[in-house]
Design a protein around this ligand. Structure first.
Ligand SMILES: *Cc1c(COP(=O)(O)O)cnc(C)c1O
Length: 393
């Protein structure tokens, strides 16, 4: 589809390939393999001399539709779909790196990403240096001759720190490294890292892309030579963490409403952040859309809105934080995010409970911190649900 279309149009029409039945809604091709007309065609398909589907671990028409739609939204040459966000990150590093290579990564990454880098990749001889997501000098100082990859997530979870994509892309280029951006929190509706110079975009499609908390999925996007020829796709089709056709179909349909969902998540989150800032029991609010956010101007430059995630600290530490959670009657108590329903979590005792108290202190994740992924409910009802626990007793 033409790049001239706006994002909300691409979210509905990109990747549509009708079958001979001319179905209007995208078809679900729930099949593991594909048949050939004759032996010669089978041979040609296997050798790649003739394009076409062979086996759903390699390609599947419903998965291809999802890949083309997301590639159009991110402005990417190609997209390869994966079984989850974590398998997207795995495919990126396994496809592009070898033993002896070095990664410089933001310290503020998703917990399983930190675990993958620290405890699994290191066993295969890949070195990692963690640095501040916001201090460019630390990135510069961490670069070595064998640095191949910069890895960031912006805004970060749960403190919504903003990494400067343009500045890191230019440092990566000088270094001869690729910059990969986990764009899960923003989705392409709010931020397009490839336009800002990044080489690779990673998605957990489980979150905003799917949008309703039903299935897992992921994707890696970038230039054709990097994703197809250098080995990301080769790793996936050989090792197998590819996206199921059913999940691709659910996500594909979810993406049709991505623009209106992201707009409403953002508007609701901004209203919640402003309200939280004036609650007497709230000592700090983390939201890139607030002018009090230390990188508000950078966020305004690289994101269309502040996004849907707000974190805040309450007076009284864990006791009050848990009281806020336990006195809700509508908001879901779960660590997931990007769902139409609001979700609330206490990072110190859930997503960040496996790291030590010192590491949590260093990361700024104290016992009074709560993270809300603001949903599409009425903001009046979300406020009322939090207000009960936030009351000064
Ligand atoms: C959830 C998440 C992931 C992992 O995605 P899964 O689909 O759960 O494997 C990676 N990065 C970020 C920022 C996430 O929020």
């Amino acid at each position: 589809m033409s790049d001239d279309f706006e994002l909300e149009t691409l979210a509905l029409h990109a990747g549509v390939h009708r079958s001979q039945f001319n179905e209007h809604s995208e078809a679900l091709y729930l099949t593991s393999s594909f048949v050939f007309d004759n032996a010669a065609q089978a041979a040609a398909r296997f050798s790649g001399a003739e394009p076409g589907n062979v086996y759903s671990r390699f390609t599947n028409p419903t998965v291809t539709a999802f890949e083309e739609r997301l590639a159009a939204l991110e402005g990417a040459e190609v997209c390869v779909a994966t079984a989850s966000g974590m398998s997207a990150i795995l495919a990126c590093v396994m496809g592009l790196l070898s033993a002896g290579d070095h990664i410089v990564a933001s310290r503020s990454l998703f917990g399983s990403t930190l675990n993958l880098f620290n405890n699994i990749l290191k066993r295969f001889g890949v070195e990692i240096t963690f640095v501040s997501p916001t201090d460019l000098a630390e990135w510069q100082a961490a670069v070595k001759v064998n640095t191949k990859l910069f890895f960031i997530e912006t805004p970060s979870n749960p403190l919504t720190e903003i990494s400067d994509i343009t500045a890191l892309a230019s440092l990566a280029k000088k270094t001869g490294a690729w910059l990969a951006v986990d764009n899960c929190f923003c989705s392409p509706i709010l931020q397009r890292p490839l336009d800002l110079g990044a080489d690779i975009v990673i998605h957990s499609a489980t979150k905003y892309l799917e949008g309703q908390g039903r299935v897992l999925g992921g994707a890696v996007l970038g230039k054709r030579d990097l994703i197809m020829e250098k080995g990301v796709f080769g790793f996936l089709r050989t090792a197998g963490p590819t996206l199921s056709a059913f999940n691709a179909w659910v996500i594909l349909k979810g993406m049709e409403t991505l623009k209106i969902r992201m707009d409403t998540h953002s508007a609701n989150a901004l209203e919640m952040a402003r309200w939280l800032e004036i609650q007497p029991n709230v000592t700090k609010v983390y939201y890139p859309g607030l002018s009090s956010h230390p990188q508000h101007n950078l966020a305004k430059h690289q994101q269309r809105t502040g996004g849907g995630i707000v974190s805040f600290e309450v007076k009284g530490g864990k006791e009050v934080a848990w009281r806020v959670i336990d006195t809700t009657c509508m908001i879901s108590i779960t660590a997931n995010l990007g769902d139409t329903k609001s979700t609330l979590t206490h990072p110190a005792s859930t997503t960040h409970s496996r790291i030590s108290q010192e590491e949590r202190d260093a990361a700024g994740i104290n016992d009074g911190l709560l993270r809300i992924a603001v949903g599409l409910e009425s903001v009046k009802d979300i406020k009322a649900d939090l207000a009960r626990g936030l009351k000064v007793l």
